[in-house]
Each structure stands twice: as C-alpha cells, then as structure tokens.
Design a protein around this ligand. Structure first.
Ligand code: ADP
Length: 495
C-alpha cells in the first residue's frame, strides 16, 4: 500500500487503497416488512388515507418497502391517542416508573443495534461504519441518558416544579433518522410528555423499527405514536390544535413556515435548522490531524449533516500545503456500497438532493471557483456524488454562503484573527464551527467570538448526549441534548 521514496517520505498508492477486498455487511441480518402501517395507540393501524408510498435504497434505487401516508384524519387519531395516554397514564405515572420504560427502550436498541444499523444504511445511503459506530450507539445513549434524568428533575431544576407540557409533535429529517427520533422522544418522555413523531419521507424505516421496539418495551399505548408521510403530514401535525409543543429538525425554509404557523398559538417551539460551519485551520495546527478532521467533517457523512464543516478557512501561510494534503486524501477516500465496511463515502440520500448538489457544483464554477474532485469511479445505479472541493472561493460566493448538503467543500483563506472572526461569522447560519490550533489561548479567544452553537477544538463532529446542541441565527433556536435539552419540554413553576 505504501512505498518509500528516495527522500524518505511515504507515498501512498491510492489504487491499492481503493482495492480493498469487499467486506459487505449482511442484509439477511435485518428484517424489513414489505409494508408498514402507522403506529398509533400501541398498534400498527392501516392509514385512513388508504395511501402508501415507497421507500428505496438510494445506493441502487431498489424498493425496500412501502409505508403509510398519514393524512389529517390519521394525524388527528395519533394526537388523540397521545392526549388520552398523557391524561390517563403518563402524567400520573411515578417518574421512576417512566424511567424504567425509557431504559428498556435503550436496552432493546442496543440488542438490535446490528439490525438497526443495516436498515439505516439501506434506507439512507450512509456507510455502515457510520450507522454502526455512531448513529445507533448514540441513539441508545440518548435514551439511557434521559432515562437517568426522569426521576431527578428536582435536581435539574432546583426549587422549581418541572411540569410536562402535554402532547409533543416532533418532525425529523432524513440525515440521522433513528438518532433524531431519539433526540426528540427521549427528553419528551423523561419529562412526562407524550409524543406524535413524524419521520422523513425518504428514511422512515428505523423509526418504524423503533415503534416495534416500543411495543416490545411494553410502553403504555399512545405514549409514543409514530406516523409517516411527507410535508403535508408534517403541516397537519404542526397545525393541530391539541398539540402543546413542536420540535422540528430540518431545513431553514420549512423551519420558517413552521415558525409562522405556530406564531400566536400557545405551542412551544424548538427549531434545529441549516448550517454552514466554518472549519478554521491556523498555521500552528497539527496539519495532518486537521486535514483528517476536515475530511471527517464534510466527506464521511456525504456532507449531509447540518453541522458539516462545509466552509474551510486556512491561514494563508499554510494554505498551499493543506490544500495539497486535502487533494491527496480526497483521492484515497473509498466511495461505494454503503454496506461495505471499508466505505468512507456512501450514497446521496435522494435524487432530489443529488440534483441540489449538482446545481451548486455548477454555480461554484460559474462563480469562478476552481473545482477539484476525486477521480473515483461511481456505481452505475443510485445517487452518487464524488467528494469535491472548491478553491479560489470568495466570501460572497453562493457556495460559501448557502447550505449545499453534499460532499462539497468551499476553501477560503485568511491572515489574522480578526479577519477570520469576521469571515466565519459572516453567514446567515450559526450552528457549528471548528478551530484547529496548537494554542489553548487561541481556542478560548475563538470560541468566545464565533457565533455558533457548538465549536469543536482540534476535532470535529463529536457528539455526546450530555452536551447541548443547537444554533444561532437562521440555524434555529432551542437546545437538544444535555440538561438544556429538558427545558423545551417543561413548564417551570414555583414550589
Ligand atoms: P430536509 O431538506 O432536511 O429534507 P425538510 O425541511 O424538507 O428538510 O424536511 C424535514 C422534515 O420536515 C421532513 O420530515 C419533512 O417531511 C417535513 N416537512 C416538510 N415540509 C413541511 C411543512 N410544511 N410542515 C411541517 N413539516 C414539513
């Protein structure tokens, strides 16, 4: 794989790197039914709409299953079940009993981790390494973490009563299907709320598996209801008059629609929206580590993460060197079958998303930026995009300002601390950022001045259920995770 050159530097033979023997995860370890109904009041119910839609594997366009499309009458049924479970069972239950159910869900997720990972990868297109090592363990950890809080709310909110809100309507996107469900359901249950959750139209399967897990955990009927459908189903949930809280993760565009729809109502709202994270490399950083962090931040997840490090700012003195290293590393990324354990970069989630990315690739070139892409071969079928970077990018270019949501990196340079703060904060978004430097003082200086909900230092895309996550500006408001993640689900009153 590596050969020594005369001057003692190691040269990687990228052809060899790409030619790893396939190590395919087995599809047979997962059961996917040909059709799924809506999970309402503890049972799978046929949709009143009588409609179903297909969910496909984006890596080869094969149909995986069909799922129900909930209409307004179906949403009404789900909300009614959640209201009844809230009034009759869940709000009255002792907190330590509620905790036991949440623990049980966490344990069953762990037991079924392999199956859930395979389904996540089949339905969403992300590499099995990501779903197996990150998505599914993180989802279980979230349930464990909030199970721990359920009977300790008096310590979370000292001298205050933490009262549940009632019924929470939760709408999630396709990039982390099971993890986003966990982020939303776990804190809601721990604080005594009941839930109607709508999964994204292209990735409904792990949420429906979660419904099976919830049945297996014997959670009282109606406490969690899981419905499937598209934007209209989501809108029916948002507009339902018997919902007390909406939690949404998705695009800024839909977030704005939801904000308008809930304005003037009593519904509490949290929004986790888009991002355009600045990843900043200072000249004193450990450059190889930084390059690996940048690659992790934008390519390992196909750039389909709202906190993806999609803008890279390199201090001018090391820019040439870093760009060279990045181009070399891009060439060694393994793009292909998401079920292969060697794969670094999987499929794009949908044809629509691929078209959006392709539109931005054209825009980048029209704006005068220089495009460089991996020379890897792409599979014939499915939705694929080569890992790409743009150099010669101006701050005002659309590829540096707008969320692309694909494996496309915009590279810019800077000279001074003040300049980089101005450039990094010059964005409508403020979800995350990264700082790479050898100096602790610089990290503190930057993290204080960067307008981003999360700033990673000498690492990127690291998550923990104990840490809050959320944005500034058009990236939304409210925090999920950690102690802060309990807040959106309670009304506090004096003791
Ligand atoms: P993404 O670009 O991440 O798919 P979207 O904002 O389009 O983001 O979708 C996120 C979630 O919001 C999905 O579950 C989708 O079905 C839902 N959704 C789309 N339009 C609406 C709407 N008008 N009201 C409520 N939910 C919606």
């Amino acid at each position: 794989m590596a050969t020594k050159k005369k001057n003692n530097t190691i040269k990687l033979n990228f052809d060899t790197v790409r030619n790893y023997a396939p190590a395919l995860e087995s599809k047979s370890a997962a059961t996917i039914k040909p059709q799924y109904d809506l999970f309402i009041n503890g049972k799978f119910e046929k949709p009143l709409s009588k409609k179903y839609f297909s969910t496909i594997n984006p890596s080869n366009e094969e149909k995986l299953s069909e799922v129900a499309e909930a209409n307004t009458a179906d949403v009404n049924r789900a909300v009614k079940a959640a209201r009844s479970a809230y009034e009759k069972v869940w709000k009255k239950m002792a907190a330590k009993e509620r905790a036991k159910y949440i623990f049980r869900i966490a344990r069953i997720i762990q037991e079924k981790a392999r199956e859930l990972s395979i389904i996540e990868t089949l339905d969403g297109g992300k590499p099995i390494r990501e779903s197996r090592d990150f998505d599914i363990p993180a989802a279980a950890n979230h349930f464990f973490y909030y199970a721990g809080w359920a009977d300790k709310l008096e310590y979370a909110f000292p001298n205050r009563n933490a009262n549940p809100l009632g019924v929470a309507g939760q709408i999630i996107p396709w990039n982390f299907p099971l993890l986003m469900a966990a982020w939303k359901i776990a804190p809601a249950l721990a604080t005594g709320n009941t839930v109607v959750l709508k999964s994204a139209e292209t990735t409904p399967l792990t949420a429906l598996k979660l419904a099976e897990i919830i049945q297996e955990a014997d959670l009282p009927a109606g406490v969690v209801n899981i419905i499937t459908g598209g934007g209209e189903t989501g809108a029916a949930l948002v507009n339902h008059t018997d919902i007390n809280k909406i939690a949404f993760t998705g695009s800024t565009e839909v977030g704005k629609i939801i904000q308008k729809a809930t304005a003037g109502t009593n519904k509490k709202l949290t929004l986790e929206l888009g991002g355009k994270a600045a990843n900043i490399i200072f000249e004193d950083a450990a450059l190889d580590e930084a390059v690996e962090g940048v690659i992790n931040g934008i390519y390992f997840n196909q750039g389909q993460v709202c906190c993806a490090g999609s803008r890279l700012y390199i201090q001018e003195s090391v820019a040439k060197e870093v760009i060279k290293k990045l181009k070399d590393r891009l060439e060694s990324l393994i793009v292909g079958d998401p079920l292969d354990k060697n794969t670094d970069v999987g499929a794009i989630n949908s044809r629509q998303q691929l078209e959006t990315i392709q539109k931005y690739l054209k825009i980048g070139q029209q704006e005068g930026a220089e495009k460089y892409e991996s020379s890897c071969a792409l599979p014939q079928k499915g939705f694929w995009c080569r890992p790409t970077l743009f150099t010669n990018v101006a701050q005002s270019n659309r590829i540096a300002q707008e969320e692309i949501f694909g494996p496309v990196l915009a590279i810019l340079t800077f000279r001074t601390d003040d300049e980089i703060i101005e450039k990094a904060n010059n964005s409508p978004y403020g979800l995350s950022a990264g700082v790479w430097t050898d100096k602790g003082s610089k990290i503190f200086n930057m993290t204080k001045r960067l307008k981003a909900g999360v700033v990673w230092a000498n690492t990127f895309n690291k998550f923990d259920p104990t840490a809050p996550f959320g944005g500034y500006k058009e990236s939304g408001y409210g925090r999920e995770g950690g102690l802060h993640g309990l807040m959106p689900y309670v009304n506090l009153s004096n003791k």
